[in-house]
Write a protein that binds this ligand. Structure first.
Ligand code: FCB
Length: 486
């Protein structure tokens, strides 16, 4: 058979396609564009070096907002674990969460800032100790306050995403053993039921628990957060209970919203604190502890909450609450990376955590490493294949000199992810207004809006204006780059 040159060309292209198709499909599905992405990277690096910043475009239906937690902003509650921790004098700068931002009384004013910045969505916390001041007693006034807050948000076209547990809970629960006591699973279910039955008509999106790994590591391993324990046994007890509480709450929220015919698609997830752990040197001695720390600090819990599987050392591969998919989105809180260097200390799983030498850092000394967001989202997306929400990302920068660039660099990674086919759907900057930053107190400033704690006077920072423009336009164009980033 004789082909003419045109047919030969088609034949060659066809064969090449058949040969490459698996590879292409894989690349398209999983976003690993291999050589192409390497080329893009080189190009990006070169542009960065030349100081050229590309324009960024986000999809029009991409949601942007800010995240916060009840204890960090509300003020006025004496019934939660962080109140006691402050009273005991643990906060580094001597400040106290009893005042915080007085958001409990000023929420209307604060929501106006969200509106002014054109936020699409707001991640807000509910304080368990207000909702359930005593075991078995729920407070309808507290509930109705949160209904007002939600109403104020939706009235301004801001979609709420509610966190049920963000590092704090009632003192009565803590005094019954807190998250170490297996009964906490039932208590958390009751609290969830009350909140969702009474707010679920207005709210379709929920985060059950914020950063179980940070809560457990600081509270039960390092002992620097409440309840101040240093007990590895407690770490795993708390993990097991938190995983069970999440799975039970996940099922319950779906069940309640379905049964009560509440509108909107129910979306439930966890906000996971994820870090990059890179070996400091290209040696097995550093690589092994880096992998081990990643597994123990995050993968173990992330996997268990998503699938119900309790792997070693949580269990031996069993599914105590059944097998399933217990998340509708994958929530990523991303801030920084750690370099891992071998140490003979088994208590540190043979890895010492360090900040990369000469790297840019925020006010708290955390490395600024935007590419980590790309790496982590890609890695976990491949595991779970569900939409990704960046539930927190932000910088402690009291002079506001680095914040705009930080936001640009991280949103650039978001666009890279989207272009690689990874469905990142939302981004929540941490945080709207400077607030009570746990152990660091009021001194650590992450806000788009400055807060004067003496007067509670709020002032939008230039980076806040920048973020506001991004929320409005869903893009960063040349004029914005010139105005805010040069
Ligand atoms: C996260 C917490 C959040 C805030 C930021 C800076 O780990 O979830 O409450 O403190 O860090």
């Amino acid at each position: 058979m004789i082909f003419d040159p045109f047919e030969q060309l088609i034949f060659c292209l066809g064969s090449l396609f058949i040969y490459l198709r698996k590879y292409i499909y894989k690349e398209i599905c999983f976003g690993n564009l291999g050589h192409i992405s390497a080329l893009i990277k080189t190009w990006e690096h070169k542009s960065e070096k030349r100081g050229i910043m590309e324009e960024l475009k986000l999809p029009k239906d991409f949601l942007l907002g800010t995240a916060g937690a009840a204890v960090q902003i509300e003020g006025g509650d004496r019934n939660n674990t962080w109140y006691r921790w402050c009273e005991q004098g643990h906060i580094r700068d001597g400040s106290h969460c009893i005042s915080a931002n007085d958001h409990w009384n000023r929420y209307r004013e604060d929501i106006l800032f969200m509106k002014e910045l054109h936020q699409d969505t707001c991640r807000m916390g509910i304080e368990w100790s207000r909702i359930q001041p005593e075991p078995g007693r729920f407070d309808p006034d507290a509930l109705s306050h949160y209904r007002d807050v939600v109403h104020e948000l939706t009235k301004n076209n801001i979609k709420p995403l509610i966190t049920l547990h963000h590092f704090s809970h009632p003192l009565w629960l803590e005094d019954l053993g807190g998250w170490e006591n297996p009964a906490v699973v039932g208590y958390f279910k009751n609290y969830t039921q009350y909140v969702v039955e009474n707010l679920g008509d207005q709210v379709s999106d929920w985060i059950t628990i914020n950063e179980p790994n940070v809560f457990t590591t600081y509270g039960y391993l390092y002992g620097t957060w409440p309840p101040g324990k240093k007990d590895i046994g407690a770490v795993f007890r708390v993990y097991r209970n938190m995983i069970k509480a999440h799975i039970e709450a996940y099922k319950l929220i779906h069940e309640i919203r379905g049964r009560m015919h509440f509108p909107g698609k129910t979306m439930v997830g966890v906000a996971h604190h994820l870090r990059v752990f890179d070996p400091e040197r290209n040696r097995l001695a550093d690589k092994i502890p880096a992998k081990l720390i990643q597994y123990l600090f995050q993968d173990l819990v992330v996997q268990a909450m998503a699938t119900g599987k309790f792997k070693f050392p949580l269990g031996f591969g069993e599914y105590p609450l059944g097998k399933g998919v217990f998340q509708d989105f994958f929530g990523v809180n991303y801030y920084s990376r750690d370099m891992v260097r071998f140490t003979f200390n088994p208590g540190a799983v043979f890895g010492e955590l360090k900040v990369k030498a000469n790297s840019p850092v925020n006010d708290l000394g955390w490395e600024i490493y935007p590419e980590g967001l790309y790496r982590l989202c890609k890695y976990y997306y491949r595991k779970f294949l569900i939409p990704v929400f960046i539930t927190e990302n932000g910088i402690c920068d009291s002079n506001d000199t680095l914040r705009s660039k930080y936001i640009y660099d991280h949103l650039q990674q978001v666009t890279r992810l989207i272009n690689a086919g990874i469905p990142v759907r939302r981004y929540y900057y941490w945080t709207l207004i400077d607030n009570f930053e746990w152990l660091e107190g009021e001194s650590a400033r992450f806000g788009l809006v400055h807060n004067d704690y003496r007067t509670q006077q709020r002032t939008i920072r230039p980076s806040g204006r920048f973020y506001g423009e991004i929320c409005t336009l869903k893009e960063i164009h040349k004029a914005m780059i010139a105005k805010y980033l040069s």
